[in-house]
Design a protein around this ligand. Structure first.
Ligand code: GLY
Ligand code: MN
Length: 464
């Protein structure tokens, strides 16, 4: 948790940006796993952490943008709670840690929200992503839970995302702590990798570290020799010499800031010539992004990465013709069918719960379409000093996609389809690091070190 002044200043700024009405900020409850008392590890809502910093379940914050009042709702512990969990700080005490003077039992939130609604005041809330929170907000506001999406507040989404996107010094420090978790994870994965063990063993080795150094993983670890499957969560494969292992994994710092890195390395510890060639094309794209990243349009960086990949693939003979024409024809989509990166902060895809990036005219497909699970494109995202984003280009040989493009004759003058069959069991390569945008450039998170990334660094590290 940070100093109370930080949370007070953030809440004041949010009230100022919203101007009028009530702002509802629900905390998370425990999420049962297979029965009520056996819950997943508790994870507080990231917006609640950002404005109130408190970690226990069943808290609810309300900011009154007109009067400036700030209320924190939650229940003091009962004798039952003390028996099972030990003595707990009171709500008054918890409020004092984060600069909130007025606390009340959770049930009292209904009266405050009800009064505002009866008075015709605007009540701002975001689209809740957990069923229990949907029901809680439905009960407080009287809105049909199935139509909640029609009532969420785009102004609140824009204001919160705009604030969270620009990281303060205390947050950048936390992201460095998250990097330390990520560094320990990825180097442990390289040390653990050897023929004959399962992907599960490598994943377990890394995930144990996230609990030793932080608050667990920042998302499901991807540890797979089938790196061509972008989000492959199976860890069932047995490591085989000659294959590449793709590890996309991150951890949370103790204050819930996230890291997200990908390394792809040979099970044997030595790249083959072909693996090295493809790897170096991806690495060039990753490095070009670091050279060019600065305030401005995210899409320019995305396109720079794609263009660099196309040039490199042309050098390997897998893309034919003029690379500029091949890029313009969209050939990169066959090899890298995903975006270059995403925001990173309290969420590993930071602020994506607030909707599409851009936060202006192109904002909020959630509000416009009611789709809460659409893929975020970030096509209007503007990078500002203090934005943190992942830089994660990749090349994937996805047999089904190649076969589909080939059957459709897609980009046939630019894709050397005859040469691609040899790559059907290659897998995929992704390289990912986390960047902070500065006034006129960027730097890579990692105070005094980076996870081995060049062919030479990886081979040397794995040989140790
Ligand atoms: N690290 C997983 C992702 O970026 O989607
Ligand atoms: Mn990522």
């Amino acid at each position: 948790m940070f100093k109370a002044e930080i949370y007070k200043a953030r809440r004041a700024e949010l009230r100022r940006r919203i101007g009028s009405g009530l702002i509802l900020l629900p905390g998370n409850s425990e999420a049962p796993r297979n029965y009520f008392d056996n819950a997943y590890a508790f994870r507080q809502d990231s917006n609640f952490i950002y404005y109130f910093g408190l970690q226990q379940p069943d808290l609810f914050g309300i900011l009154d943008a007109d009067s400036g009042e700030e209320l924190l709702f939650g229940d003091d512990c009962s004798i039952d709670d003390i028996i099972w969990m030990g003595p707990q700080p009171s709500m008054v005490e918890r409020g004092s840690w984060v600069g909130v003077e007025r606390t009340a039992p959770l049930a009292a939130a209904a009266e405050v929200v009800g009064k505002a609604i009866r008075a015709g005041r605007k009540v701002h809330f975001l689209m809740p992503y957990r069923g229990r929170t949907v029901l809680q907000l439905a009960r407080l506001t009287g809105i049909d839970p199935l139509r909640m999406v029609e009532h969420l507040s785009p102004e609140l989404a824009v204001a919160i995302a705009a604030m969270r996107e620009v990281k303060g010094p205390e947050e950048l420090e936390e992201l460095e702590n998250a990097f330390e978790v990520g560094y320990a994870m990825h180097t442990a994965a390289m040390r653990a990798t050897r023929e004959g063990i399962s992907e599960r063993m490598v994943a377990g080795e890394m995930e144990g570290i996230t609990h030793q150094l932080g608050e667990g993983v920042s998302f499901h670890s991807i540890v797979s020799q089938h790196g061509e499957t972008l989000h492959n969560h199976s860890h069932e494969g047995i490591l085989t010499n000659g294959k590449l292992l793709l590890v996309d994994a991150g951890g949370e710092s103790v204050n819930n800031y996230c890291s997200d890195h990908t390394r792809t390395f040979p099970v044997s510890g030595k790249f083959t010539d072909v693996q090295k060639d493809v790897y170096n094309v991806v690495l060039r794209a990753h490095d070009r992004v670091i050279e060019e990243a600065r305030p401005g349009k995210y899409m320019e960086l995305h396109n720079l990465a794609l263009r660099t990949l196309v040039e490199g693939l042309a050098g390997l003979g897998l893309v034919k013709g003029n690379p500029d024409d091949a890029f313009a024809a969209g050939v990169a989509g066959l090899f890298m069918p995903h975006g270059l990166g995403h925001g990173i902060g309290l969420d590993v895809h930071d602020c994506e719960n607030m909707g599409e990036r851009g936060l202006g005219a192109n904002f909020a497909p959630i509000a416009a379409t009611g789709k809460v699970d659409s893929c975020i494109m970030r096509s209007a995202w503007m990078l500002r000093p203090g934005t943190v984003l992942s830089d994660e280009p990749g090349i994937y040989f996805i047999p089904a996609l190649i076969e589909q493009w080939k059957a459709e004759g897609k980009c046939k003058e630019f894709v050397a389809y005859d040469k691609l069959e040899k790559f059907y069991d290659f897998g995929g390569i992704r390289i990912e690091d986390d960047l902070v945008i500065t006034e006129n450039g960027c730097y890579q998170i990692g105070r005094d070190k980076h996870i081995p990334v060049t062919v030479e660094e990886i081979e040397a590290y794995m040989a140790k």
